[in-house]
Each structure stands twice: as structure tokens, then as C-alpha cells.
Design a protein around this ligand. Structure first.
Ligand code: ZN
Length: 429
């Protein structure tokens, strides 16, 4: 009898799971590749025309999906196109950077509706200060939102520069922010807002944005290689982000490029980041330039001046350092090619875009020199399309990704008023 009982329960569970999985497949297709007609959806998924029709009717009823015009079909009636309704809900994306905290409000189509920026001194951001900026930002962007935007907030995605343990405790280990211990950010934020919170590493969120809306579209196996002050990568295998046992996979910047080499911020020697991260490039330039630092008020303008000096031929030090940088970067990319056999490597981050914009051919040549021939022939090396500021947008994809995975969910999304409620952010002070 017990056996029968079990069978019945698991059959019920299977039917429910199947429904959810079908909804997820269909909704993801409409979101990522829409607008699409019912006929195209049937062709592009493994679902029958009847299932597509039933599920689309449900989505329309729930307000998740809307009609977006129609196209002529051969001889038949015009086909109605469907898309995820931009106004179904709004999402908030937060970029916790090393120099600023940015909070942005988007609709479901990722059109930006409002933005709040909080500059910070490098390495001075405490977890408490970050929480205050995030909560202030949440209120600020909701207050700025257009009056006709009465949508609820589906969730908040937060991108942090560090390892986010996706285990139960969800601790954030942000060595570059000077946070010694793992910080329970989610629990701390929950005291100030009831909106669902998702936290992930900044490289992974930017990677997801490029995969959905940028240079990664259509690829199943890709690595988004990000070079800024820090160096990281987002590895996508079989269409999903590769995370490892506790989500720290992708710390490409701390793979060894020179045994016993330059000291890295992580404490080890010879890491890739110590050579191609912005600080590493500027340090190497100063050494090559007999102790004189590059001109510029910040890392970004200093790197720009080195690139300009090399281009107009006015500085031998600049040329030497950038040639070497392209070599180190190419060798680092070759490691990614050999390890993951990706179809695409997408180079981004502000320094990655600055270097790639001027010296991509050199970087490709260095990668070719260091990679195995066969996997190198199968990969293309391209630049990110969304720009270095897409981290907040990437963070905002986190709650959307959950909605897609749940097929829209059985529970209706929780409604949060768009107007700030008094006392939400004020609590901390
Ligand atoms: Zn390191």
C-alpha cells in the first residue's frame, strides 16, 4: 500500500513539475527571443500547438504576456506576435562597485526608468553603509519612476564584487571591499525591505546580461572575460552559468600566469589580475617609465593616456607595457579556450573594452599562440556590447531569471506599492 501511496504522490508531483517546466520553456522563449507568434513558438520548442495555445492563453490572462502587433503569413490570417508585457512588473538592479553604488529601476523589457548613484571612497564601504545606500536607492528610484508606472516590484538583484555563497546562509565574501568576514547581506537587507532579494557576483550578472541582450545571444558555451580594477569571468556551459560547489567558479583573475611573479591583491603571487588588472598595468607602466606614473586623475584616465601615448608613438614604455599586456591577456584567454572549449569568448569590463578596442588583433594573436589549435579554431573572441556599466542591468536580470525558471510562478507576484512607504529606509538611522 505504501508503495501505491508513493506512486500516486510522485505522479501528481510529476504532472505539476511538467506543467511548470512547460510554462518555463515557453515563457523563456517569449522573453529572450520574442516577439514571436504561436506558430513560431511551436516550432522553436518541443511543445505541441495545443499546449502552446493553452499556455499562451494563461499568460495573457495573467498579464504576463501581451500581443505586440502581427505579421502577414503566406495565404493565411495574419499571425499575432507575443511578448512578455514590459509593464507586468518592474525590477531593481544594484551595482555595488569599488567606487560607487548604483541603483536602477527597469521595466520587464529592461528599459531603464530611474537611477540613483552613491559615490564611495575606494575600500571604505562597510556593509552597513552599503545597506543604507541600497535602501535609500530603492526609495529614490521608486520616487523618480514615471507616474504612469504603477507596476509592482518583482524583486531586487544585487551585484557585488566578491564571492557570493549561494548556500543557505548566502554569505558575501568581498575581499576587494576589505570585508574580512563573510557578510550576511540578505539578512541585513531584509530588515529594511520586503521586496524579494537576489544577490550574485558582478561578473556573473554582467555575463548574464551579455548572454541575454548582448554579444552572447544565441551561444550555449561562452566565457565572458571581464577586466577592470579586478579581473573575473563568467563561464556559461550548456546555456547555464557554471558555478562550482559553492558559487566561486570563474575567478579567472586569480589563476597563475607567472609562477612566483608579481604580488596580487589576493595575497598570492603571479595572478593574471596582477598583470592585466588596471592596477597591475599602471604599476608596470610606472616601473617601465623610470618611476613616473601615467597621467590621469583615476585609473580609467591613466589607462587611456597610456593607450594614447602608445598610439602616437610618444612613449616606448607605454608601447612595451601594452604589448606585454596583450600577451598576458591573450595567454589568459588561451587558458579559458583550453579549459572550457567555448564557442565565444566575450571580452569586457572597462579596461578590457579599452584594451580590446585598440589592440584586439594582438590579443587574438597571443591567444592563438598559447591555445591548442583545434579549440582555438572553434572559438570567436569578441567584445562585450552592453558597455562596462551594464552590471546593474545584469543584476536586474536575477529576479527575471527566477520568474522565467518558475514559468511565471503559481503564486501571483507580490505587489509592492511604487510610492515609497515612510520609514523603510529611515530605520537604519
Ligand atoms: Zn590573485
Amino acid at each position: 500500500m505504501e508503495m501505491w501511496g508513493r506512486t500516486v504522490i510522485s505522479t501528481r508531483a510529476t504532472v505539476k513539475d511538467m506543467r511548470r517546466s512547460n510554462r518555463s520553456v515557453l515563457l523563456s522563449k517569449i522573453y529572450l527571443d520574442g516577439p514571436l507568434s504561436r506558430q513560431e513558438l511551436t516550432q522553436l520548442t518541443s511543445l505541441s500547438a495545443a499546449s502552446v495555445s493553452t499556455l499562451v492563453a494563461e499568460f495573457l490572462e495573467e498579464g504576463l504576456v501581451e500581443e505586440a502587433g502581427s505579421v502577414e503569413s503566406d495565404g493565411g490570417r495574419p499571425r499575432v506576435l507575443l511578448r512578455v508585457a514590459p509593464g507586468f512588473s518592474n525590477v531593481i538592479g544594484v551595482d555595488v562597485g569599488e567606487t560607487r553604488v548604483t541603483v536602477e529601476l527597469f521595466d520587464m523589457s529592461m528599459a531603464a526608468l530611474a537611477k540613483a548613484d552613491y559615490p564611495i571612497e575606494r575600500a571604505s564601504l562597510t556593509p552597513e553603509m552599503m545597506i543604507r545606500h541600497v535602501l535609500d536607492g530603492i526609495n529614490a528610484v521608486q520616487a523618480q519612476a514615471p507616474l504612469d508606472s504603477e507596476a509592482s516590484i518583482l524583486g531586487i538583484g544585487i551585484a557585488v564584487p566578491g564571492v557570493v555563497d549561494q548556500g543557505e546562509d548566502g554569505l558575501v565574501h568581498a575581499q576587494s571591499l576589505g570585508w574580512g568576514e563573510g557578510v550576511a547581506l540578505r539578512a541585513m537587507l531584509r530588515e529594511g525591505t520586503k521586496i524579494p532579494i537576489h544577490i550574485d557576483n558582478g561578473a556573473k550578472t554582467l555575463g548574464q546580461a551579455e548572454m541575454w541582450f548582448g554579444a552572447g545571444r544565441g551561444a550555449q558555451h561562452a566565457v565572458i572575460a571581464l577586466v577592470g580594477s579586478g579581473v573575473g569571468a563568467s563561464v556559461v556551459a550548456g546555456g547555464a552559468s557554471y558555478r562550482g560547489a559553492r558559487s566561486s567558479a570563474g575567478e579567472w583573475g586569480h589563476t597563475t600566469i607567472v609562477y612566483g611573479g608579481r604580488l596580487c591583491r589576493c595575497g598570492a603571487r603571479g595572478c593574471l589580475e596582477a598583470y592585466v588588472g588596471a592596477e597591475g598595468i599602471l604599476d608596470r607602466y610606472r616601473e617601465a617609465n623610470r618611476g613616473r606614473a601615467a597621467e590621469g586623475v583615476d585609473e580609467e584616465s591613466a589607462l587611456a593616456s597610456i593607450l594614447a601615448e602608445a598610439e602616437d608613438g610618444s612613449s616606448k614604455a607605454a608601447e612595451t607595457v601594452l604589448t606585454e599586456t596583450a600577451g598576458y591577456l591573450g595567454a589568459g584567454i588561451a587558458t579559458l579556450v583550453n579549459l572550457f572549449n567555448p564557442e565565444r569568448i566575450i571580452l569586457g569590463g572597462w579596461a578590457g573594452l579599452a584594451l580590446g578596442g585598440r589592440r584586439l588583433a594582438e590579443i587574438r594573436a597571443a591567444a592563438a599562440e598559447h591555445a591548442l589549435r583545434r579549440p582555438f579554431e572553434q572559438v570567436s573572441i569578441e567584445l562585450c556590447q552592453l558597455g562596462p556599466d551594464a552590471v546593474a542591468l545584469g543584476a536586474a536580470t536575477l529576479p527575471v531569471a527566477q520568474l522565467l525558471a518558475e514559468g511565471g510562478g503559481t503564486r501571483r507576484h507580490i505587489t509592492h506599492p511604487v510610492r515609497p512607504r515612510p520609514g523603510i529606509a529611515g530605520r537604519e538611522r
